[in-house]
Design a protein around this ligand. Structure first.
Ligand SMILES: CC(C)(COP(=O)(O)OP(=O)(O)OC[C@H]1O[C@@H](n2cnc3c(N)ncnc32)[C@H](O)[C@@H]1OP(=O)(O)O)[C@@H](O)C(=O)NCCC(=O)NCCS
Length: 348
């Protein structure tokens, strides 16, 4: 076992000063570990983005780093979710490739697990970006998707008593996309904006975000409904503003009720060599089957082309069993490039 110390890293108030520098070092380590799994740096993030994401008051998080050889060599996270009934927590550990198989991952993981145990959680969950290696597979309990049994994340989590709960597909769309924007079906209109949610739409977006936590396939994961109100949307917009990225939202308005019933989000860095990401996409149940998913996605890609041209690609994540969403994405031109597994273990 390598001589490392595991320390909690408090979130810095800003990225200036020594605490900000330590946070930036942690983010560089995060990016290296992710690139080792994915095979490139497309998913690398800036410290500003990670700080904004980690500072979510609705999903409190504790961060630990392993230091050895005078540098950060790994990190772990302990995360709660809003609306959580205190039954489960998410825990992850990551170690730089050159420091693996020396027990550092186990030390980090156990530090974050201790909190779940002390909090009286009965379920702990984890996720891993799995490699595209061949060989024997572990099948998802949903019946859709699998992960390599022998990649480091799968071996580590299986050794710690976790079972696979769901598989998400990571897909990439090369740009420019030639997809035409279809006409809106009768009774619906498009609404689009860049940046913060318009004041009059805060309630609609809160309702759509809340349904994102219940109306998407969740596999065997333990996932509690999130609670969203206008203030939570404002908080999200404030943190997004601090990231220094460009957010684009396209929604479908149901004309009769003047309410938004579908939405999708794209985000890009200002650096045009970086890819864009398609975050949430949702069509409310009662409005499905009218091709609103394709409408908002295609219209948002057009908004990307108009308001932030020049990016090489778009990435998105979908549950492997989410056939309707995958049909839309495949028709647009997204192709699978990786798989992420959600894992679960009982602490009882
Ligand atoms: C998974 C990860 C954290 C393991 O870190 P690590 O420091 O190598 O972990 P440890 O040395 O404590 O390994 C603990 C056990 O996990 C298993 N394991 C970990 N990596 C393995 C590998 N490449 N092949 C086989 N077994 C492996 C083994 O049982 C190992 O015990 P052993 O070395 O005594 O056989 C590291 O590979 C990593 O950062 N991967 C990318 C992120 C990730 O997938 N994290 C896991 C989900 S949160």
């Amino acid at each position: 076992m390598t001589d490392v110390t595991i320390e909690e890293m408090p979130l810095p108030a800003s990225l200036d000063g020594p605490e900000g520098a330590a946070f930036a070092e942690m983010v560089a380590v995060r990016n290296e570990i992710e690139a080792a799994a994915v095979g490139n740096y497309d998913l690398a993030e800036t410290p500003a983005v990670i700080l904004a994401q980690n500072s979510n008051p609705y999903e409190p998080l504790r961060l630990f780093v392993a230091r050895g050889d005078g540098r950060i060599v790994g990190r772990s996270l302990h995360e709660l979710q809003s609306g959580d009934d205190l039954r489960s927590a998410w825990v992850t550990a990551e170690v730089l490739p050159e420091f693996r198989r020396r027990g550092i991952g186990t030390q980090l993981f156990e530090r974050a697990l201790e909190i779940a145990v002390a909090d009286g959680r009965s379920i702990v969950q984890s996720f891993a970006m799995h490699s595209m290696m061949g060989g024997d597979r572990i099948d998802s309990p949903t019946g859709f998707g699998s992960v390599p049994r022998d990649d480091p994340g799968a071996r580590f989590l299986a050794a710690k008593g976790f079972e696979l709960a769901q598989v998400d597909r990571m897909s990439r769309l090369p740009l420019p996309s030639g997809r035409e924007v279809p006409d809106a079906p009768p009774g619906y209109e498009l609404e689009q904006w860049v940046g913060a949610t318009p004041e009059r739409r805060l309630g609609d977006i809160a309702a759509l975000q809340q349904r994102m936590s219940t109306d998407v396939p969740l596999g065997e994961t333990d996932h509690q409904p999130e609670l969203w109100d206008e203030e939570r949307v404002r908080d999200l917009d404030r943190r997004r503003l601090s990231e220094g990225r460009h957010w684009m939202i396209t929604a479908a308005r149901h004309v009769a009720s003047d309410s938004l019933v579908a939405f999708t989000e794209l985000v890009t860095a200002h650096d045009t060599s970086r890819p864009a990401f398609n975050n949430s996409t949702l069509v409310l149940h009662e409005h499905r089957g009218r091709r609103l998913g394709m409408l908002v996605k295609a219209a948002n890609l057009r908004l990307l082309k108009e308001s932030a041209p020049g990016h090489p690609s778009v990435y998105t994540w979908n549950a492997e069993e989410n056939r309707h969403m995958l049909d839309v994405n495949e028709a647009i031109g997204f192709v699978p490039v990786g798989y992420e597994g959600s894992w679960k273990r009982s602490l009882a």
